[in-house]
Design a binder for this molecule. Sequence first.
Ligand SMILES: Nc1ncnc2c1ncn2[C@@H]1O[C@H](COP(=O)(O)OP(=O)(O)OP(=O)(O)O)[C@@H](O)[C@H]1O
Length: 355
Amino acid sequence: MSALVRLSDTHVVHKARSGGVFTRDKVYALTGADLAIAPGETVGVVGESGCGKSTLAKVLVGVQQPTSGTVTFGGRDLWSLKPAERRTAVGGSTGMIFQDPSTALNRRLPVRQILRDPLDVHRRGTTAERADRVRELMSLVGLPRALADALPGQLSGGQRQRVAIARALALDPDLVVADEPTSALDVSVRAQILNLLLDLKERLGLALVFVSHDIQTVRRMSDRVITMYLGRIVEESPADEVTDRSRHPYTRALFSATPGLLDPIDPIPLVGPVPSATRPPSGCPFRTRCWKADEVCGSVMPDFAAASRPDHRFRCHHPVEEGESTRALVAQAESAASATAMADVPFQQHIREPS
Ligand SMILES: Nc1ncnc2c1ncn2[C@@H]1O[C@H](COP(=O)(O)OP(=O)(O)OP(=O)(O)O)[C@@H](O)[C@H]1O
C-alpha cells in the first residue's frame, strides 16, 4: 500500500540561540529520519523531552521545512511544490492537534468561527455548506450545539481540546498528528480525549501520529511505536513488542521507568544527562548513557537491523537479546554504573580502613 507521507533521510537543523541571540552553534533537531505512514495506521512517537518528537510531527504535517531530505505527500515532493500548491496539499490532507488547546485556539473567536476558518481559507463549499460542516464537526467530537457561540475561555480544558480536534478534522484530512494532546488536561478528562481520538480514527479511517512522553499510553493507542533519541529514530516496532521485547537499550530503559507496570521493577539506571542537541556524541547518540556501550559505539552510527518480525527494527551495535528480562537489564546497568563509579575513585579509596 502506498504511503500517505514518507520522509527520506530528512534532517532539521536550527540555529542555536542563547539568551534570545543566535549563536554560531547548530541544533540537530532531526537527523536522517526515514519513515512512512500508511493510510489508517496509528503510529506512536516516544522519547524524552528535546529528542525531536515535535519536530518530527511538524515535518510530517508539512509545517516545518526540513533542512535536507525529502517529505513526500501522496507521491509528490512537498517542498518542491509552489507555496500555494503546498498549502492546498498540506491543508487538505493533514491536521494537527497541539499540546495546549488554550494557546492553540484564538481566544477572541467563538467556536463556530474557529471551525469555519479552515473552510473559509480553503474555500470549501457554499456559506450554507460551511455552516452545516461546523455543526457536523461539533457533533463528531461531542460538543453541544449550544457552545457554538462560546469563546475558548468559556470552555473547560476538555471542551477546548475537542474544539482543537474538530478544527484539525475540518478539511477531512487523511492524517492527523496529535502532539501530547492530553498533557495539559486534568487526569479525569485525559481518557475521554484519548478514547475520542481512537473512536474518530476508526470512524473516519484516519492515520494518526500520536506523540507522547508516556510510553504506556502510546502503546495502548498505537499499531506501531517509534522511539527517538537526540534527533534520531532508534527503534520502530509493533506496539505489542515495545514492552519487554524492545531490542534497543534506550526503549527498554524508557519502558522500565513507566509507572503502572503490572510487575513493578526499578528503572534501568542511565548514566548522566541527555547530551546537548548542539553537540551530539559521535557514533551512537545513546552511547554516553548506555551500559552496553563500547568503542565501536563511539565511532560508528549503527544501521537499522531487523528483529525477528519484519516490522520491528532498531539501530544498536549491542542490542538487548531476544527474551532478556528487564530485571536482568536493571542488574547489568547497575553493575556497569558501580564499575564506572569505582573506576572514577582513586584505588585506595575503595579499600576501607580497618576501624
Ligand atoms: N525553532 C527552534 N530553534 C532552535 N532550536 C529548536 C527549535 N525548535 C526546536 N529546537 C530544539 O530542537 C530539539 C528538538 O526539539 P523538539 O521540540 O522537537 O523536541 P521534543 O522531543 O518535542 O521535546 P518536548 O517533549 O519537550 O516537547 C531541542 O533541542 C529543541 O530545543
